[in-house]
Design a protein around this ligand. Structure first.
Ligand SMILES: NC(=O)c1ccc[n+]([C@@H]2O[C@H](COP(=O)([O-])OP(=O)(O)OC[C@H]3O[C@@H](n4cnc5c(N)ncnc54)[C@H](OP(=O)(O)O)[C@@H]3O)[C@@H](O)[C@H]2O)c1
Length: 305
């Protein structure tokens, strides 16, 4: 059977990695969509359609043209503090668009593979399994949780893949990430402040893309936690970045989250137990050391943010 896959957010970090994995496969017809022009360096083996999440007519047309077997929904308003200060836009992109896409999936018998976040949890009891009780601390987390509930109650065949603290590099990224930011700042001899009271499992974008592909090809159903396998504080992560690229660690100052005055509250300790994904999807994330080595190789090959 040939799969006809529509991907949203194909200009994003996860989206771009998924295009590399899904394009040019005989058993897959890929339609990549994102806002504005295609920023992916790979041009062949798939079709690109510029499509805003709110363009309901455009979405109706593309579902009618393609009759997708699967929708992989990575696009979202991902800036957490922006969601906290602009609830209306956050709701439109992260909740209402999901409800609309789910209704199209219902109409066309399309599977909905939805990407979600550790920020649905309050960070008091990490690492979390898929069965843990969500309790979001900020507006972004609340919106992503509503989206999860919409997908689950939509009557479509669905899988929800939750992830956290993505890092990696692709040409022409939408935004930077903690690894690239720390590396660049320290290379420029800038003093940086990093929190020592938030713990995460940093996730290599290639690993999440591979896990997503596995979920699609295995017709996985239900919720899966897909993150790196190592839990660490943000400051430990930044120290490892400094070690990897032999940068000056004296430029790093550890601070507490409360001193940052960010609009959105962050959960202190999330982290995932990834056993279900390891067992059912054969998900095998790289270690942080391996992930940083891959990023280093890609940067040496000329990939820049
Ligand atoms: N990054 C993380 O640490 C993290 C952690 C947990 C969960 N997640 C989830 O993982 C998913 C992918 O994250 P990511 O880091 O790959 O995100 P990203 O790099 O910010 O990419 C998101 C993509 O969606 C596109 N997009 C945003 N609004 C759109 C709209 N209205 N219409 C069409 N496209 C739109 C963006 O377009 P532009 O390129 O034009 O901005 C961007 O290409 C998201 O669902 C996010 O909630 C991410």
């Amino acid at each position: 059977m040939q799969r006809r896959i529509i991907l949203t957010g194909s200009n994003g970090l996860l989206g771009q990695k998924l295009v590399y994995l899904l394009a040019d496969r005989p058993q897959i017809k890929l339609i990549a969509t994102s806002r504005g022009i295609n920023r992916h360096s790979l041009r062949g083996g798939y079709h690109y359609e510029p499509l805003d999440l709110l363009d309901t007519e455009g979405w109706r047309r593309i579902f009618q043209e393609v009759g997708p077997t699967d929708l992989i929904h990575t696009a979202a308003m991902t800036l957490v503090d922006q969601c906290e200060t602009d609830h209306e836009t956050c709701d439109k992109y992260n909740v209402e668009a999901v409800a609309f896409l789910a209704s199209l999936c219902k109409e066309y018998g399309t599977r909905f593979i939805h990407i979600s976040t550790d920020f649905i949890f309050d960070g008091e009891a990490g690492p979390y399994t898929e069965r843990a009780e969500p309790r979001p601390l900020n507006y972004y987390g609340g919106a992503k949780l509503k989206a999860e509930e919409i997908v689950q109650n939509s009557g479509v065949d669905w899988a929800i893949l939750r992830t956290m603290l993505l890092y990696g590099v692709t040409p022409a990224m939408s935004r930077s990430n903690i690894v690239l930011w720390a590396k660049k700042s320290l290379e420029e001899n800038k003093e940086i402040k990093v929190v020592s009271d938030q713990w995460r499992c940093p996730t290599l974008a290639e690993d999440l893309a591979a896990g997503t592909l596995a979920a699609v090809m295995k017709d996985a159903r239900g919720i899966f936690h897909l993150s790196g396998g190592e839990m660490m504080s943000i400051s430990e992560l930044v120290h490892q970045v400094a070690d990897h690229w032999k940068l000056d660690k004296s430029l790093i100052t550890e601070i507490e989250s409360s001193s940052l005055n960010q609009a959105a509250k962050r959960p202190p300790k999330t982290g995932f137990i990834i056993l279900k994904a390891q067992t059912e999807l054969r998900y095998q994330p790289h270690s942080l050391t391996q992930g940083l080595a891959l990023v280093d190789k890609q940067l040496r090959e000329g990939w820049t943010e």
